[in-house]
Design a protein around this ligand. Structure first.
Ligand code: ACM
Length: 639
């Protein structure tokens, strides 16, 4: 009888342990194709070894970097051994041949004795290792040794491969310059979430960031402007003698180093030289590239107003001159060197927001139109793009441009990056051009991610939940023409790498899941649960991110019956409580809880709001002036 009782107790403990273990769910971003969790754990110790099959240098490099990361956070010197005869606890990296998972897919099989990662190619092993980090405790992200951690990996089997081949982030290093080391840091962070393409926006009105031999002024002059902080696009025109010492550029040696660094992490770098518009930095260096006389008096843009965005009018001519043969000689020199420096198959030649204000006034452009039979300004741009496409092709590269290149006709081999929504992408794909989707509506991570009252100022908002709705293949479009997608981080308002991180995460999690995971696996509630787990990892790695998803969403309107201000509050996440005050005090969970539409007490000037999960404050304390809500409500009424 005593034995029977002991067996019952033992079984109870065992089943409780199994049940608890099952509950500790695996939280990976992007969500893998298939995850099956078993019972028990593999435990990483100082006796663990990494086994690689042969002297494959790429696999060795992946194993070495895994060993290095393990050493940094655990202090364990995990040896990398090229053998398939190891015994004892080990992480095996092996190359297999299984068409089901493609070039970038992988399998993980974790048992209490071994973690096996297998893939068809080194890239797959690299992604398997990124997943392994997310299976380990968050402290694996620490740059210094963390003691007293049980370094366990749950017993599991994972099958995984990407949905799209093009999984990109665009980093604008032109509006604000980011050093080579900062770009490397950005690469380190993006690969954890299986991005494989970094689009570097290397030139714009505010800076030319790449050394071109034989054109020294591009970087002597074009890489430097006048430092300003505040609201980009509204700064005063710099005084003629204002010091132009803000900015920087990459030497060709820097670029080679960056390209190699990225390659080691299975990232291609797509270079962008943005022409014919957005070219003020090049024009400041070589004013003869413009059709406009007197442009030499305007330096590199420093965030002053150079365009009227509402009227689509250029106030300063930032276009290269399409009728000047020397422009094509210049571009040939630039593209020759860019093609040599960047091994990636595409070169992005911009083409966006080329306002034709000064071309319309130019006699040389009128003469070109007559000579070439061009009827509209769009056809003039199309003429320019086709000539540039020929130069790019002549260097053995493929031409890509923003969706404006569709206007006025497009070269047969050109690929299109669709940013003004997805319609350019649809049009291009229907014409059998390759397309990368990066629409403002879902993928512009320079936009604010929460309420304008809290976020650093930008002219638009794009919340995490909207980003998560991104679907790169529109209904009715042949998916073979959609290479994938990317999020774009423009940096007019991004002054530091810390803020670049804040703008990128967590929205780039959403983009990575869209681009990697099976469409049918997407689930916003489960995604946000996993985002919170990633936040813990970003805390450990000291990577900045935005907590905006915890903040409430304000909706102000005027009641049509009594003409009073009505305020509705909601949140992106389920299960949060919103507490508020109108009496200027700081709300907490003992303050009134939001349960439905609010009306403002007479003479109240401020609505203060905070979200809680249970007893924990989780959102930021938000101060919302009643005047601001009145203004928004009036604007809404007038829409
Ligand atoms: C763009 O956002 N101007 C491509």
């Amino acid at each position: 009888m005593k034995n029977f009782s002991l067996i019952v107790i033992y079984c109870f403990i065992l089943f409780t342990a199994i049940a608890q273990d099952k509950q500790k769910s695996i939280s990976i971003i992007p969500q893998p194709v298939s995850v099956k969790k078993g019972v028990g754990n593999f435990t990483l110790t100082k006796g663990t070894q990494i086994e690689i099959p042969s002297a494959n240098p790429e696999v060795k490099r992946i194993a070495d970097s895994l060993s290095k990361k393990i050493f940094a956070s655990t202090g364990f010197k995990v040896a990398v051994k090229s053998s398939n005869m190891l015994i004892g606890p080990r992480i095996q990296l092996s190359l297999i041949n299984n068409a089901a998972i493609g070039k970038e897919g992988y399998y993980i099989n974790a048992t209490p004795q071994t973690i096996s990662i297998s893939a068809n190619a080194p890239a797959g092993l690299f992604y398997g290792v990124q997943t392994l980090y997310q299976l380990l405790p968050k402290e694996i992200e620490s740059k210094t040794v963390v003691n007293k951690i049980s370094w366990t990996v749950p017993v599991c089997s994972i099958t995984d491969y990407p949905r799209f081949e093009w999984r990109g982030l665009m980093f604008d290093v032109a509006r604000h310059f980011f050093t080579k080391d900062e770009v490397k840091q950005y690469i380190d962070e993006m690969v954890k979430y299986k991005f494989n393409l970094l689009h570097l926006h290397l030139t714009d009105d505010e800076g030319w960031r790449i050394e071109i031999k034989g054109l020294p002024k591009l970087t002597e002059v074009g890489a430097w402007n006048v430092k300003r902080v505040g609201y980009f696009g509204t700064f005063s025109v710099p005084a003629p003698n204002a010091p132009r010492n803000f900015g920087g550029f990459y030497t060709q040696a820097d670029i080679k180093d960056l390209v190699q660094y990225a390659k080691n992490k299975f990232v291609n770098i797509l270079p962008e030289i943005d022409v014919p518009g957005h070219s003020l930095a090049a024009i400041a260096a070589y004013p003869e590239l413009s059709c406009s006389a007197g442009i030499e008096n305007h330096g590199v843009g420093s965030g002053e107003e150079i365009k009227d965005w509402d009227k689509h009018v250029a106030l300063v001519d930032d276009n290269l001159c399409p009728s000047n043969e020397n422009v094509y000689v210049f571009l040939d020199k630039v593209i020759t060197q860019v093609a040599e420096l960047f091994p990636f198959e595409y070169i992005h030649m911009g083409g966006d927001e080329c306002f034709k204000t000064f071309w319309e006034k130019s006699d040389a452009v009128k003469a070109l139109m007559q000579k070439e039979g061009l009827k509209t300004m769009e056809e003039v741009q199309s003429y320019f793009e086709k000539r540039v496409e020929k130069i790019v092709s002549s260097k053995g590269k493929k031409f890509m441009g923003w969706d404006e290149i569709l206007e006025g006709g497009i070269a047969p081999s050109a690929a299109v990056m669709s940013w003004r929504g997805i319609k350019g992408g649809i049009e291009a794909a229907n014409m059998k051009h390759y397309v990368v989707m990066s629409p403002t509506t879902f993928a512009y991570i320079d936009y604010m991610q929460g309420d304008a009252i809290v976020e650093p100022h930008v002219y638009e908002t794009l919340r995490l939940n909207k980003t998560y709705e991104f679907e790169p293949v529109p209904d009715g479009v042949d998916s073979k023409y959609i290479k994938g997608g990317q999020a774009n981080l423009w940096t007019e308002q991004v002054y530091t790498i810390r803020h670049a991180e804040y703008m990128t995460w967590p929205r780039a999690f959403a983009i990575s899941e869209t681009l990697w995971s099976p469409k049918e696996k997407k689930d916003f509630d489960d995604f946000t649960r996993r985002v919170e787990k990633q936040f813990e990892r970003l805390d450990v790695s000291e990577t900045k991110y935005s907590p905006s998803m915890y903040d409430p969403i304000f909706d102000a309107s005027i009641d049509s019956i009594n003409n009073q201000l009505k305020i509705n509050l909601s949140s992106e996440l389920k299960g949060l409580n919103i507490y508020y005050t109108f009496d200027n005090t700081f709300p907490d969970r003992f303050s009134p809880k939001y349960t439905g539409t609010l009306t403002v007490p007479p003479e109240s000037v401020m609505l203060k709001v905070i979200t809680y999960r249970g007893k924990e404050p989780i959102g930021r304390m938000i101060y919302m002036p009643i005047d601001e809500l009145q203004k928004r409500a009036k604007e809404k009424k007038n829409e």
